[in-house]
Write a protein that binds this ligand. Structure first.
Ligand code: UDP
Length: 316
């Protein structure tokens, strides 16, 4: 069995990645300090052959016995509210955590896959964003802790690639959604679904004209594994190019969760990107990958997860 280490393995994307790797016959060691990840996300994986979980903060030295063929570095707070509340941990896991995870990949001669982000483009001045765009980031703004940590992580990854010849893949992940996002993580998908299920007004920040492009988690994970297997140092965008305004997204939620829901317009967060849409030509060319799950279908798979969570919370 090939052995993969997934940092942030109990997180939203990390747990789906662990599951998909196990399904493809990999042995998986998931590392997580459970700061924003949760054991509930990986509960179904305990008992699966080849799965192991280690509670560990990857900003500390990582010791893994035996062979490792791939290191997926997915540990980080990733929602704007999380990284505003955890600014130092966010910087540390992007910097020190990336260093430790790269050290592991070097020692094991493993391929290293970095979960980078569309936030590297900041509040972009070009749309869609191609990988050769250097971005428009405010280093001292509230989002700077995440954006700069990930930019540093990319630079560190390239340094290990150039200096130590570590085989690397840098993936820039755009907005992704699906089951196992935290109800309270503050992002627009869980916020609006949970509000709609509770019959509360939908909070739209600003006038809702800012755009995002939402990728269903299964599509993303398929792309990540293809990137690991087929290569391309990158950076490479992975996301769904179907762009919409946040107001349009709120209306999509209203359509799927009926009720006379009002929209509650709130202040736009500082440095909130006005547009975001991936150019995925590189992923199409190198991986023959593109998303398959349209928004409505992905939301129909996601809403029952939150409905069950709300039910469980009400029973407590
Ligand atoms: N947003 C919103 N209402 C919410 C949460 C977020 O209108 O309850 C907006 C937010 O201002 C941003 C977009 O939705 O423009 C996506 O926000 P999210 O936090 O999901 O992630 P981001 O793409 O900003 O990293």
């Amino acid at each position: 069995m090939r052995h993969a280490v997934v940092t942030g393995g109990a997180g939203f994307i990390g747990s789906h990645l662990c599951e998909a790797l196990l399904g493809r016959g990999w042995a998986v060691t998931a590392l997580d300090n459970l700061l924003t990840g949760s054991l509930e996300n990986i509960e179904p994986l305990f008992g699966r052959e080849g799965f192991r979980f280690v509670r560990h903060d990857v900003t500390d030295y990582i010791h893994i016995p035996g062979e490792v063929a791939a290191v997926f570095h997915f540990a980080s707070p990733a929602s704007p509210i999380d990284y505003l509340n955890l600014p130092i941990q966010t910087l540390k896991v992007g910097a020190l955590g990336t260093h430790k995870a790269l050290g592991l990949a070097l020692a094991k001669k493993a391929v290293f896959i970095l979960a980078s982000t569309s936030e590297c483009y900041g509040d972009p001045l070009v749309n869609p964003q191609t990988e050769d765009y250097w971005g428009n980031v405010n280093p001292v703004g509230p989002r700077g802790v995440y954006d700069e940590a990930k930019r540093f992580a990319e630079a560190m990854t390239m340094a290990y690639h150039r200096y130590h010849a570590v085989e690397v893949r840098i993936i820039r992940i755009f907005n992704t959604y699906g089951p196992r996002m935290r109800m309270e993580d503050g992002r627009v998908v869980p916020n609006l679904i949970v509000q709609a299920l509770r019959g509360e007004p939908l909070t739209v920040y600003g006038d809702g004209s800012q755009t995002r492009s939402f990728c269903y988690v299964d599509d993303l994970v398929r792309g990540i594994i293809l990137a690991a297997e087929r290569g391309g140092t990158g950076p490479m965008n992975l996301g769904n190019p179907a762009e919409m305004t946040i107001l349009q997204f709120a209306h999509a939620i209203k359509k799927l969760i009926p009720g006379a829901l009002k929209i509650d317009f709130r202040d736009l967060p500082v440095d909130d990107p006005k547009v975001r849409r991936p150019d995925i030509a590189m992923a199409k060319r190198l991986l023959d990958w593109e998303p398959r799950v349209p928004l409505e279908e992905g939301l129909e798979k996601t809403i029952p997860y939150f409905r069950a969570k709300l039910g469980a919370a009400a029973e407590k």
